[in-house]
Design a protein around this ligand. Structure first.
Ligand SMILES: NC(=O)c1ccc[n+]([C@@H]2O[C@H](COP(=O)([O-])OP(=O)(O)OC[C@H]3O[C@@H](n4cnc5c(N)ncnc54)[C@H](OP(=O)(O)O)[C@@H]3O)[C@@H](O)[C@H]2O)c1
Length: 248
């Protein structure tokens, strides 16, 4: 990953400690002098995550719950030079029962999973448009396909993000900036710790490899695993009275 002057590439990971985001970066066939900016709220954990990568990694202050830090984080990241790849991996999965008891918590969850991506990615897209090159990876989810009563606030946030990413893809067509929309199913890891794995689940490493492979091609959307795309079609066809009975 070199820019048009032959300099090493630069990558920005929003959600700098994300297991999936870090697995994507680790799976890239990028040169060792690639610079990685890990944006997040805990500098120590960002620094620890950076040490696990085979690249030069720098922490960058970013809190998805503060709109005031979103644009400055993007400004700061691009001020250091062109960025080739932005990975939007910020996210939080809070149990629906907790949100039912605490509606303001639901609003914060939507801010992290949806609103902050709109702010940061619009700002990043403007910078990449000016560069005339760049790629934005957006982590949506199978949860975006159809709201389930077991986690419909998370599903609603992901559906919003998914729609935003598709719109952004179209808005950027022909500008040299590409969006890759990634829809994993259940990923076994920190976010899903304590939950029983769903069918067609994957690991962060499998998502990382699938995204790296998709980045090497020209696709705009990828399901992980690929068979999840077919399942998504079937999920939409389940009659609502039956769908309502789903416990998870
Ligand atoms: N895991 C799954 O099953 C799954 C499936 C489909 C899609 N996804 C999506 O994939 C993305 C990455 O998930 P993951 O599995 O890698 O989860 P993860 O390891 O828990 O990573 C989530 C990231 O979001 C960050 N974050 C949360 N709240 C934040 C805030 N207020 N400000 C800044 N950063 C914040 C976390 O930072 P901290 O370290 O500070 O908490 C962490 O870096 C998410 O968007 C998730 O919704 C996940």
């Amino acid at each position: 990953m070199l820019d048009n002057l032959g300099r090493p590439g630069r990558i920005l990971l929003l959600g700098g400690t994300s297991e999936i985001g870090l697995a994507i970066i680790a799976a890239l066939a990028a040169p060792r002098d690639t610079e990685v900016l890990l944006a997040g709220r805990d500098e120590q954990r960002l620094a620890a995550a950076g040490k696990e990568l085979p690249f030069q990694a720098t922490p960058l202050a970013f809190d998805a719950l503060s709109v005031a830090t979103a644009e400055p984080a993007i400004e700061h990241a691009f001020a250091g030079g062109p960025i080739d790849l932005v990975i939007a991996a910020t996210g939080v999965l809070t149990a629906q029962a907790e949100l039912d008891r605490d509606p303001p918590l639901a609003a914060r969850m939507i801010d992290v999973n949806f609103t902050s991506h709109v702010t940061t990615l619009l700002a990043a897209a403007a910078k990449m448009r000016a560069q005339r090159t760049g790629t934005i990876v957006v982590l949506s989810s199978i949860a975006a396909v159809r709201p389930r009563k077991a986690n419909f606030v998370y599903g609603a946030a992901k559906a919003g993000l998914d729609a935003f990413a598709r719109g952004l893809t179209d808005a950027l067509a022909g500008t040299g900036v590409r969006v890759l929309l990634v829809r994993p199913g259940f990923v076994i890891g920190r976010m899903t710790a304590g939950m029983s794995a769903a069918p067609l689940s994957s690991t962060p490493e499998q998502v990382g490899k699938a995204v790296a492979a998709a980045l090497a091609g020209s696709r705009t959307q990828v399901w992980v695993p690929r068979s999840l795309g077919l399942l998504a079609v079937l999920l939409r066809l389940i009659p609502r009275p039956l769908w309502r009975k789903m416990r998870r």
